[in-house]
Ligand binder design. Structure first.
Ligand code: F6R
Length: 354
């Protein structure tokens, strides 16, 4: 059931500390802190990685590809529906990683099948034991988020980000102690975000039919979270929302920015730098209301209307915390607007046709 929450989505957002703990359990060695994933025995370090996924899982893949690249493995995230094996060079040195919560998404399954027949090493990252995608691949990594009922993916996104962090460390043998220490603290950090979030106040201010659109911006590891924040909001509130890497603002979207386009800016880690603050000032000087989700302990040197704080942590993991705030923003805006939160119109939990 909903354990006393009004919606499955809210329950699943609050499940995240437990979901992350389950994903980590038994996978971080106590003694030296190294990552060890039993299921992945025999998976060698690939020459390159292709992620294939759809929707929220694609956003997790963008995040994962960056983690692998940072560890020296050329990696690209593809939308599964655009993955064209015939035209993309792949061989046995290529690991094709399908990220799919349900394990039943038709496009992701098709991409994995093609990758298998082209001789790649395939890996499925899934939440559902025995799902079609987990049977299709050479290796499976389960994210262990527990059942997700709400159509909008929430806890499975966090669990995918954590699982991909583990996978990148396990495959490359690169064990970054600070990140691993931060991973151990992540469930508690998420819990403190949940306990202290005041996003319902932000939602009450901006859930307004007078708004033209909502923008979400971020850089680096926070860029996929900006995309995800927009997807979540459009999916359950039916408001027009767009997310993009902040550097893209000047290349088009800025033309739309007015006092009726609230901008949510994820300002974490390296993206706290001057460039991001410059992007914020670009939108605020056009009159846009700006909400900054940030782990900065200092006031931001930029013109923002609201600061939504998150605990300070490893720069790669901070976007996971920021995302929890954005999930709550989407939830409370949809609720203000009286939407059908757990079952948005026109959408299905699992998309089994291409
Ligand atoms: C968004 C959402 C979808 C799914 C997408 C892929 O909230 O749930 O975008 O992420 O349909 O689904 P899976 O991960 O099951 O392959």
């Amino acid at each position: 059931g909903k354990s006393g929450y009004d919606h499955y989505m809210l329950k699943e957002i609050h499940d995240q500390p437990r979901a992350i703990r389950r994903c980590l359990r038994g996978r971080l060695r106590e003694l030296d802190g190294a990552v060890e994933i039993d299921e992945l025995g025999g998976l060698d370090r690939p020459d390159r990685v292709h992620f294939v996924a759809c929707g929220t899982s694609y956003h997790a893949s963008l995040y994962g590809a960056r983690l692998f690249r940072e560890r020296g493995i050329p990696s690209t995230a593809f939308l599964a529906s655009e993955y064209d094996v015939g035209k993309i060079p792949i061989d046995e040195g290529t690991a094709v990683i399908g990220v799919t919560q349900s394990g039943e998404t038709a496009d992701t399954l098709a991409a994995l099948r093609e990758a298998n027949s082209a001789g790649a090493t395939t890996v499925t990252v899934s939440n559902v034991v025995g799902s079609s995608a987990s049977r299709e691949a050479d290796h499976v990594l389960y994210i262990r988020a527990g059942p997700e009922i709400s159509v909008a993916a929430t806890k499975t996104f966090a669990s995918q980000q954590v699982a991909l962090t583990l996978l990148a460390s396990a495959i490359t043998g690169a064990c970054d102690r600070d990140t691993l220490e931060a991973l151990r603290s992540l469930p508690d950090h998420v819990q403190s975000v949940l306990d202290q979030s005041r996003t319902h106040e932000i939602a009450a201010e901006y859930a307004d039919a007078e708004m033209d659109a909502y923008f979400f911006i971020g850089r680096g590891y926070a860029a996929p979270v900006a995309l995800e924040g927009a997807l979540k909001l459009k999916e359950i509130s039916y408001a027009h929302a767009e997310g993009f890497p902040a550097g893209e603002l000047k290349h088009g979207p800025l033309a739309l920015v007015t006092e009726r386009t609230p901008v949510f800016a994820v300002v974490t880690g390296d993206s706290r730098a001057e460039t991001m603050l410059g992007n914020i000032n670009e939108v605020s000087s056009r009159g846009a209301p700006v909400v900054a989700v940030t782990d900065s302990p200092e006031p931001l040197a930029a013109d923002v209307d609201h600061v939504v704080p998150i605990p300070e942590t490893d720069p790669r993991l901070a976007p996971i915390l920021a995302n929890v705030q954005l999930q709550l923003v989407a939830y409370w805006i949809a609720r203000e607007l009286g939407r059908s939160i757990d079952k948005p119109r026109n959408l299905a939990k699992s998309v089994t046709v291409q």
